[in-house]
Design a protein around this ligand. Sequence first.
Ligand SMILES: NC(=O)c1ccc[n+]([C@@H]2O[C@H](COP(=O)([O-])OP(=O)(O)OC[C@H]3O[C@@H](n4cnc5c(N)ncnc54)[C@H](OP(=O)(O)O)[C@@H]3O)[C@@H](O)[C@H]2O)c1
Length: 310
Amino acid sequence: MKAVRLLEYGAQLVFTDVPTPTIAHDEILVKIKSTAVNHLDLVEASGTIRQILPIDMPWIPGHEFSGVVEQIGSDVTEYGPGDAVFGTSGGAYAEYLAAKPAAIARKPSKLSFEEAASVPVAAQTAWQGLFTHGELEKGQTILIHGGAGAVGAYAVQLASHAGATVIATASGDDEAYLNSIGASRVIDYQQEQFEKVLREKVDVVLDLIGGDTQTRSFLVLKEGGHLVAATQPVSQEETAKHRVSGAMMRLAPSGDGLGKIARLLEEGTIRPDVATVYALQDAAQAWKDIAGKTARRRSHGKVVLRVAAS
Ligand SMILES: NC(=O)c1ccc[n+]([C@@H]2O[C@H](COP(=O)([O-])OP(=O)(O)OC[C@H]3O[C@@H](n4cnc5c(N)ncnc54)[C@H](OP(=O)(O)O)[C@@H]3O)[C@@H](O)[C@H]2O)c1
């Protein structure tokens, strides 16, 4: 099969022939239609986090996909050949992938394969950040940093659907978009400091940015509130000082969780956001454009790699 591989840290991606994976009794062979690019793919490939997340070379990047079941292992009962699915698994920049049923769900029929590939990582991170770690409830107020990003846009939609008041930080260009998906207030992070303009404290902060943004977030949290961080650990000294709880989350992919998200997508309660689609063989160019900030034709949305025509 064709796949995109990285031969060493920091090298350019190559589009090449590799053996098609074989599946174990409990696995599914998926013929991939599309995969999507995550910030993590580029960071892993750069080698900067090799102490925390080492990768074996040669490495096929990619953490999420949409596609069609080609073959099932003898223990698999939930899916059959021809089923359209989407989910998370390593090595998704390829024509085929061996996936575990517990990490996939049926693709919403309303979504194209390109749209479906953009969903699993971002939407599940948002869901778990809000509800599993942030314990967000109806009537509460949440501040989402990076609200127009891939994860942030699902967080805004899911929090709003859950009956929370949503405040987001983002570039000013994204204000209208964020209002259209459920944010009641957008703070332009390039023009204003959120801790200076927020009059009321919030119950939950979902921090998709880190650094100084995380440090300043303690100033806007109610006592007993939750700081959920996606990019770096949270200082336990600061949480104690401000009488809040805070921790860094790590996505725990789940087919059941993705199935719930699929239902919300199917009924149109939440929607995906694809900015640009590249062919799989142009993955190296996509990464260059992402690094140079020219991959998106507009300010928000995910970059998708089309593996096979739908
Ligand atoms: N822990 C986990 O399990 C997990 C899972 C998934 C993702 N992540 C991490 O979560 C982060 C967000 O991921 P993503 O895919 O949503 O990224 P993304 O699509 O690149 O979105 C980032 C967004 O943040 C905005 N932004 C940049 N600086 C900002 C600031 N100071 N204040 C407010 N907004 C700012 C950007 O806007 P402009 O481009 O207009 O500046 C962009 O809209 C990444 O670091 C990713 O690696 C963690």
